[in-house]
Each structure stands twice: as C-alpha cells, then as structure tokens.
Design a protein around this ligand. Structure first.
Ligand code: CP
Ligand code: NVA
Length: 301
C-alpha cells in the first residue's frame, strides 16, 4: 500500500524520529554514492515558483540515484482541461513518486487519491510538511532535543505555521504563534493538533508574550505566494510583527532564529538578525535536501 506525505500528520511520532535520524546520517555523508533509488524517476510538479523545494528535490533525487523530472503545471495538458485525476493516473505509469507544489491542498489530495505512487506535498495553501521536517532537523541539531522546546512563530498562520503546529504536536514542542487578529493558524488543524498532540499549541496576537522565554524564533513572509492582491493590507496589519534585535532580547539568550525563506529583509526580519550569530536559517535551508532524501527513501519503493 503506497504512502503519501500530504501533511505532517501523515507520519507518526516514531516515523518522524526515524526520518530525522536518517536525515542526520545522510547529511554526514555516511551513505554518499549509494544509490537506493537507481533506475527510478521522480516527478516534480510546480504550480508556483520555488528555489529551495525545486532545487533540493532535484539534487536530492539525483543523489539517490534516480532521475528528477521537473513539470511546470502550465506546460502540462492540465492547462487545456485534462483532469488532475487523469494526470495522476497517467504519471503513475511513468514515475515512481511525485513531489507537488500547488495552490490548493485539495489538488494534491485529489492527485494522491488517483495516483498509485507516493505523493509528497511540496507546499499548498494549508501545509508545507517538507519544510517542517527540515525545521525539526535544524532544531534538533542546534538544541539536541525537540520535546519541551518553545518555538515562537511570529507572523502569518498559514501553510508553514500549520505544518509546524502538527510537527509540534507529534514531537512535544511548545508552539506559540503571534499574529494579527484574523491571521491566526487554521482552526481545524490547530484543534486537531491540540487533541492528539503531546505539545502545547498557543495562539496570541501579543508578540512579546509569544517570544518571552523562547528557544526558537521563527517567521515567514507576510505575503504568501498567491496572496499578492492582499499585499497592501497585509503589510499594514503585519508591520509590527518583525523579528529584530529588540525582540530577540525577550527570547532565551541562546535562542536560534529560523525562517523558511524566501525572506523579505527589512519586513518580517531585519538584516541584523538574519545575518547574526543566532540565525540558523541557511542550515535550515540546507536541511531541506537531507530530510527530503530521507522521505524519498522511506516512501518510494
Ligand atoms: N521554503 C521554501 O519552500 O522555499 P521555496 O519557495 O524557494 O521552495
Ligand atoms: N508562506 C509562504 C511560504 C514560502 C515557502 C508562501 O506560501 O509563499
């Protein structure tokens, strides 16, 4: 029976633990040159732009011995009316797994329903599970544990925050999000995470309260891909939701700073923090590739 990674909750706590361990081994180079997916092909389907997800998957797939095939949604017959279901049925006959970046979570879910191969969500409006795995790996590298770590997310409660909430629930991190009223995380994801999880999930609009005593500060762009028409309104609502040196003083002295990237420097984060000694942001970007390789090894047969 094939498995998909459409949300972090598609994994168990134990599976996350094993994937992180394997990611750390892969990063160490222990299995460099081994090609567990030799002779296979992995489709990479994108409805939106990407730097990290696209390139880390392309390189990671190659390092596992498989062939990556990039597919821009606008170049496929989807644009001329072919259905997602028929695209999934057809591509399942050629490739051994798919990573997909889509506007709507329902698109990747529909694709996965009709595909006979594993499908990995490479970001939708609601989730970004690959990002969350890289974030967990980075916290683990820097802090040596996940359970009990307080992660303060400053900003928009959409895809990246939702996946971190699920990740916190499965790993026992304390997750607090500070966002302006009306921009909190998805309510049903948060409620579900609170019910099943071992971590604490808190939402507030008070960023000082959120950051107080935090081990990890995290932010994301104010305006996500596809929200360009809301840019002006969001810039006004989020203007004080910035990670800067002043805010950092409220966190633990050894707190680290994460950002999924791309960053709009001077908006959600200052240059000083992003390039400062507490930033683990580019390790986090690197870890996208190691965690994606671990996921591909786990899912693709
Ligand atoms: N963090 C992330 O997913 O980056 P890209 O949009 O560049 O893929
Ligand atoms: N929330 C951002 C994440 C980018 C990786 C977006 O959806 O554009």
């Amino acid at each position: 029976m094939k498995r998909d990674l459409l949300t972090v909750f598609d994994l168990s706590s134990d599976e996350i633990g094993s994937l992180l361990k394997r990611s750390i081994d892969l990063k160490s180079g222990i299995d460099a040159g081994k090609c567990p997916l030799i002779g296979k092909s992995i489709g990479l389907f994108f409805e939106k732009p990407s730097t990290r997800t696209r390139v880390s998957f392309e390189v990671g797939v190659y390092q596992l011995g498989a062939q990556p095939i990039y597919m821009s949604a606008k170049d496929l017959q989807l644009g001329r009316g072919e259905t997602i279901a028929d695209t999934a049925r057809t591509l399942s006959r050629y490739v051994h797994g798919m990573a997909m970046r889509v506007f709507k979570q329902t698109t990747v879910e529909e694709f996965a329903r009709h595909a006979t191969i594993p499908v990995i969500n490479g970001l939708s409006d609601l989730h970004h599970p690959c990002q969350a795995l890289a974030d967990l790996m980075t916290v683990l590298e820097r802090k040596g544990r996940l359970e009990g770590i307080r992660i303060a997310f400053i900003g928009d409660g959409n895809n990246v925050a939702n996946s971190l909430i699920e990740a916190a629930a499965l790993t026992g991190m304390d997750f607090v999000i500070a966002s302006p009223d009306g921009y909190g995380p998805n309510v049903s994801i948060t409620d579900h995470a609170r019910k099943i999880g071992k971590g604490r999930i808190t939402a507030t609009n008070d960023l000082k309260e959120a950051v107080s005593g935090a081990d990890v500060l995290y932010t994301d762009v104010w305006v996500s891909m596809g929200q360009e028409s809301e840019a002006e309104e969001k810039a006004a609502r989020f203007s004080s939701y910035q990670i800067n040196a002043e805010l950092m003083k409220l966190a633990k002295p050894d707190a680290i700073v994460l950002h999924c990237l791309p960053a709009i420097r001077g908006k959600e984060i200052t240059d000083e923090v992003m390039d400062g000694p507490q930033s683990a942001i580019f390790d986090q970007a690197e870890n996208r590739m190691h965690t994606e390789k671990a996921v591909l090894e786990f899912l693709v047969r």
